[in-house]
Ligand binder design. Structure first.
Ligand SMILES: *Cc1c(COP(=O)(O)O)cnc(C)c1O
Length: 370
């Protein structure tokens, strides 16, 4: 699905030098690379504060802790997402409220958010799924009207740019109260291990996030609150500094591959290619097709015999997962999510795709979907 080796080969000299430098200096934790990466990412995102942490799931958890959400508070998020989003809500004894997604972009449906609001609702967590932003103007307006926090899960969409109705633009993750991202190796800005970050423009909130991520201490050995230990290590920061410089080029390469796929599948009625949101760029974390009248498993098996990997993101809606099942949900609420879980398939998508590979993959998919 990804070619991290091919990508590494092209940046090997810089990455190896960055890693060697950290080892030479032995500042493995909170070394200068972490601060430099933080500053460089702040500049890239045009956001006041980036707070690095250990992974994207931690970022979401720390965000909810920093906003002082209390057990029983309701947090609205997408049913069609990676489990981490709902997991941290449940872990903190908050109540996840899962809602339907948009049939075209597959991101959270603002109308469904509004319909799910109760007096206990405290926050909305839009997920910028597959690499493009959710409908943020509408979500921000709903949040403002009901006085709710917005925590953007931008683990799949770092570098995606949203255009507001008034024409101004913003990077994914910088529009809500807090943005959360992941540097998991296969993400668009991936390190060589685990990593994550939170973003915010709010000075007080940034200080609080830093404190919580650092054992609840703002002065060493003085703990005012229960926190966590969540750090980005210096070696990962050194790698991320190199890759951040390439991030826009990586997005371009992914878009070139996506356009090739789009064109190849355009005339096949059994294959619906990804719909681009009108107000967001797409960084194609995933290239995901929606099949119509195709035996998905048979297609996957066929592709596997041709050495073509494929993945299903995601095979189950969260409300069908044992851990998140809840008598208040019914399948009737989620026709779109259920259809997607049954019919989506993601094809290889990365920064190193060649035309030869793309031709081979599209030929075989079309061969099966005749
Ligand atoms: C990857 C991902 C996360 C979690 O990130 P980790 O770094 O793996 O903890 C959270 N939300 C979404 C939507 C993701 O894709």
């Amino acid at each position: 699905m990804v070619d991290l080796k091919g990508q590494y080969t092209k940046i090997k000299a810089a990455v190896d030098a960055g890693i060697a430098n950290v080892i030479d200096n032995t500042a493995f934790i909170n070394g200068p690379e972490v601060k430099m990466f933080q500053a460089e990412l702040e500049q890239f995102l045009n956001v006041k504060h980036v707070i690095p942490c250990a992974n994207g799931t931690d970022a979401l958890q720390i965000a909810m802790m920093a906003l002082n959400l209390q057990p029983g508070d309701e947090v609205i998020t997408a049913n069609f997402t990676y489990v981490a989003t709902a997991e941290v809500i449940a872990l903190l004894k908050l109540t996840p409220v899962l809602v339907e997604c948009d049939p075209n972009t597959f991101t959270i449906d603002p109308a469904a958010i509004e319909a799910a609001i109760t007096p206990r609702t405290k926050a909305i967590v839009p997920v910028h799924l597959y690499g493009q932003c959710a409908d943020m103007d509408k979500i921000l307006a709903i949040a403002k009207k009901h006085n709710l926090y917005v925590i953007e899960d931008t683990a799949q969409a770092i570098g995606s740019v949203y255009t507001h109705a008034n024409g101004t633009t913003a990077q994914a993750g910088t529009m809500g109260t807090i943005g959360c991202t992941s540097f998991f190796p296969s993400k668009n800005l991936g390190c060589y291990g685990d990593g994550g970050a939170l973003y915010t423009n709010d000075d007080k909130l940034a200080a609080r996030i830093r404190m919580i991520a650092n054992h609840g201490q703002s002065v060493q050995y003085i703990h005012d609150e229960v926190g966590v230990n969540s750090r980005l290590d210096s070696i990962q920061a050194a790698i991320l500094r190199v890759k951040l410089r390439e991030l826009n080029n990586y997005a371009k390469a992914r878009n070139v591959a996506a356009s090739y796929y789009d064109k190849a599948f355009a005339k096949n009625p059994k294959i619906k290619t990804p719909v681009r949101a009108s107000n967001s760029t797409h960084v194609f974390h995933q290239y995901t097709l929606q099949l119509k009248g195709v035996e998905r498993n048979a297609l996957r098996e066929y592709l596997a015999t041709k050495d073509i990997p494929s993945m299903i993101y995601y095979p189950l809606p969260l409300h069908h997962q044992k851990a998140y099942a809840n008598a208040t949900y019914s399948d009737e609420q989620f026709p779109i999510t259920l259809d997607l879980c049954a019919n989506v398939i993601s094809l290889p998508m990365h920064t190193e795709m060649t035309e030869l590979e793309l031709k081979y993959i599209t030929d075989e998919v079309l061969n099966f979907c005749k």
